[in-house]
Design a protein around this ligand. Structure first.
Ligand code: NDP
Ligand code: HSE
Length: 439
């Protein structure tokens, strides 16, 4: 084989960056046998040169300022693994303008600034690949852009945040408290620098912003996503859901319907028989339902050092192949050609129709249930089932668990406002949508 070399610089040597260094070293031979070239790490950047790292950086030129690295080094590809929207954005734009291709795992950057970055990339004929930004090791972006590109995609639903899935799984399995499990997820390198992005659903919303553009041909618009996190979910809800035959998962959903597109990120009850209901721990899974292929499912590690590095490395190899073969990129940044990306009507959350799981804490006395069902009756909301739980610790207040038939979100919100005003109702009602994921 001819000695061909692709020169890269890596900015960010944390969980993902160190994984990329380790993977490129470990599988160096396999990679060059498959790609036909050698990937040579020329230079690296991180904040603190003296920090102890999970990878060997000896012999590599180090920069504490990644922008300086771009100015001084001659590289083919910049690998951006810093995260966030400040330095990372300046860096990526500078690299693209300097005709350096970019690989990034940064979903916040793509979701919030991808429209602008894509124009700069096109203008300068330099590519940006971002497979690792959604679902870690699962090659969902490649699947949508390259494998399902003859399909009209109807809906997509996925568990796309490893941290929240890990928390929900461990809370139920080991009965550990929320904060303790979150700390474990942070120690394992799964969480974002600010873990409220995971727990509050923002990270999943960044990812759904990207997926919805790829699936539905709309420009990136983070603000169009309805975002809820997992903060309100308690161990009781996970147990009651199980009694009802469901698992609670934090889902990202994009669905075309006759009035527009639903884009939402929130916890859901999913029937236990669905594959998504059985995706546990840091694993992610995405179902894409399209007209020709039908529903297809993609599953694997959603976060973590080597798992994410696998996707980053595959992007480096893809761009390297194009550089070596001197071919230009024929895959549009967001699957559709830029001038074909069109705004479409996005439904407000009040317009969606769903079944609901409700947990209502009430004073334990006769007639309470009748007061509640009367309000539902007035709003034409019909109840499918009721579980009245005895609370052994505090039997003056007991939880009632209700499952509704399908109802417009606006109507359930109105009803819950009235119910929360009843004197016998204590605290906030927990409301979780139920997703059948069957059509
Ligand atoms: P880490 O926090 O572990 O690492 C961030 C790295 O960036 C550190 O090495 C840090 O330096 C360096 N850094 C921070 N600021 C600067 C700066 N101004 N100049 C130079 N270097 C800087 O993050 P992750 O590795 O977890 O995440 C990186 C990216 O990958 C993020 O966009 C994240 O969303 C994404 N991602 C993460 C996954 C995961 O499993 N963790 C999975 C998929 C995507 P130092 O080490 O010296 O502090
Ligand atoms: N914090 C993210 C998660 C990392 O937990 O899924 C992977 O994108």
């Amino acid at each position: 084989m001819e000695n061909r070399v692709i020169k890269i610089g890596i900015a960010g040597l944390g969980t993902v960056g160190s994984g990329v260094l380790n993977l490129l070293k470990k599988n160096n031979e396999e990679i060059s046998k498959r790609s036909g070239f050698e990937i040579k790490i020329e230079c690296i950047s991180a904040s603190d040169k003296t920090k102890k790292r999970d990878c060997d950086i000896s012999g590599l030129r180090f920069y504490s300022d990644p922008l300086e690295m771009i100015d001084k080094e001659s590289i083919d590809i910049l690998v951006e693994l810093i995260g966030g929207e400040t330095t990372a954005k300046d860096l990526v734009i500078k690299a693209l303008k300097n005709n350096i291709h970019v690989v990034s795992a940064n979903k916040a950057l793509v979701a919030l600034h991808g429209n602008e970055i894509s124009k700069i990339s096109n203008h300068n004929n330099s590519d940006i690949y971002y497979e690792a930004s959604v679902a870690g090791a699962v090659p969902i972006i490649r699947i949508i852009r390259e494998s399902l590109n003859a399909n009209d995609i109807n809906w997509i639903a996925g568990i796309i945040n490893g941290t929240t899935n890990y928390i929900l799984t461990e809370m139920l399995k080991s009965k550990k408290d929320f904060n303790m499990v979150l700390k474990e997820a942070q120690d394992l390198g799964y969480a974002e620098a600010d873990p409220s992005f995971d727990v509050g659903g923002i990270d999943a919303a960044h990812k759904l912003t990207i997926l919805s553009s790829l699936c539905f041909g709309i420009p990136l618009d983070f603000n169009s996503i309805h975002v809820e996190g997992i903060e309100d979910i308690e161990l009781d809800d996970l147990n009651y859901a199980r009694e009802l035959g469901y698992s609670i998962k934090h889902l990202a959903i994009g669905r075309k319907n006759k009035d527009g597109i639903e884009l939402r990120v929130h916890s859901c009850l999913i029937p236990e028989k669905r594959l998504l209901a059985n995706v546990d721990g840091v694993k992610n899974a995405v179902v894409v339902s399209s007209d020709a292929a039908g529903p297809t499912l993609y599953y694997g590690a959603g976060a973590g050092s080597l798992a994410t590095a696998s996707s980053v490395a595959s992007d480096i190899i893809d761009i390297g192949r194009k550089i070596i073969s001197k071919s230009s990129n024929s895959i549009p940044f967001l699957s559709y050609h830029n001038d074909e990306l069109k705004n479409k009507r996005i439904l407000d959350i009040n317009e969606i129709v769903s079944r609901y799981y409700l947990r209502i804490r009430v004073t334990n006395k006769p007639g309470v249930l009748a007061d509640i069902t009367k309000i539902f009756g007035k709003k034409s909301i019909s109840i499918e089932s009721i579980l009245q739980k005895e609370d052994l610790i505090n039997d003056t207040n007991v939880p009632i668990v209700l499952v509704t038939h399908e109802v417009l979100e606006k109507n359930i919100i109105d009803a819950l406002k009235d119910i929360e005003n009843l004197e016998v109702v204590k605290g906030k009602i927990v409301k979780i949508r139920i997703e059948e994921l069957d059509s």
